[in-house]
Design a binder for this molecule. Structure first.
Ligand code: X2X
Length: 334
């Protein structure tokens, strides 16, 4: 849009020496917020999407990317996207989003995914569609593709974890979601729900002795600085829904919706590739930083969940319909 900024004295902005580029603000500005670190592939791909959206719309649309809990904890950001202060929020269905949509956590059940093929067959398929419908009921609109948050492993500062016995009574941080608390209680640990923005300091000050996360987060959130051991448990897999405030989204013209959603979904697909590569490559990187890895036999962990009634009790909570959809791709669970 061509316009000239003039002062009350009639001097043009350029005469005053500041750039008109800055003054040419975008017509549509969207706040896109999440918890991950600046160097996480999700952030890199989100910024790439922002650049493409700006280019494709000649600056008419601006995607403002706020990583690293810049706009608050996950709990805060969920309130903001509900209220409309944030337009797009990336969050795990197992994390705070599950406080509103409990069934959104179903894909976080322990040890259900053997590999990424099964993961994406499930989440890009019937289960993903069913979860999108449930999320829409709370006035949030999920973009089509999920962003990978990785298979999760357990880190500790005190001792290596080789079996559930090593977790007995351990104070371990889990994100704010009932499935996480339930799983680690069933393992015999003492889980504490703590938002991601407080994780580093909780580990540093020994409020908790351990946590569980993807290698990408252990690296990019500097968790490796405050933890000594990493058990490659791969106990669950996590990913983020990108949810839009429905009202804000509906106020955008169709062509803007198309450019934004297409680029965001493409960024999610690219990020999935990044994560798949990192899940192997980061072992060496983290080992060089001093993290001591061990490979436990995960069967003892699975048995603990079965014996503790973990699957049967969550089957009741999620209901037969969703459970049957999940079992179509991952096989019988109970
Ligand atoms: O909070 C975490 O540990 C994180 C970043 O992995 C999630 O958002 C679930």
């Amino acid at each position: 849009r061509a316009f000239t900024m003039t002062t009350t004295l009639g001097l043009s902005a350029t005469a005053l020496g500041f750039s008109m580029k800055r003054a040419a603000a975008a017509e549509y500005s969207l706040k896109f917020a999440f918890n991950l670190a600046e160097t996480h592939p999700i952030t890199t791909r989100a910024r790439e999407a922002a650049t493409r959206i700006q280019q494709e719309t000649n600056g008419r649309v601006e995607l403002q990317v706020y990583p690293n809990n810049q706009l608050g904890s996950d709990t805060d950001m969920l309130s903001q996207v509900r209220a409309g202060g944030i337009d797009l929020f990336l969050n795990s269905g197992i994390n705070v989003l599950s406080t509103m949509v409990p069934a959104a956590s179903i894909y976080g059940l322990g040890f259900i995914f053997p590999d990424y093929d099964t993961v994406w067959k499930t989440m890009d398929g019937e289960l993903g569609v069913a979860l999108h419908k449930l999320i829409e009921k709370v006035n949030l609109l999920p973009m089509e593709k999920m962003w990978d948050n990785g298979f999760r492993h357990i880190t500790t500062s005190t001792h290596p974890v080789n079996s559930p016995v090593d977790l007995a009574g351990m104070k371990i941080r889990v994100p704010v979601g009932a499935l996480w608390t339930s799983m680690f209680q069933t393992f015999g640990a003492a889980p504490a729900s703590i938002n991601f923005n407080e994780l580093y300091s909780a580990l540093q000050t020994k409020v908790v002795d351990g946590q569980e996360n993807s290698l990408a987060n252990i690296k990019t959130a500097n968790i490796v600085e405050v933890q000594k051991y990493c058990a490659l448990t791969r106990h669950m897999w996590d990913a983020f829904f990108c949810v839009a405030n429905k009202r804000n989204w509906a106020s955008l013209p169709a062509d803007v919706q198309e450019v934004v959603s297409r680029n965001i979904n493409q960024a999610a697909l690219d990020e999935r590739q990044d994560m798949a590569k990192l899940s192997e490559a980061l072992k060496d990187v983290l080992a060089k930083q001093g993290l001591v890895f061990n490979q436990p036999d995960t069967e003892a962990f699975r048995q603990k969940l079965r014996d503790g009634g973990f699957y049967t009790s969550w089957r009741e909570k999620y209901g037969e319909e969703l459970w049957a959809i999940l079992e179509k791709t991952v096989g019988k669970l109970t």
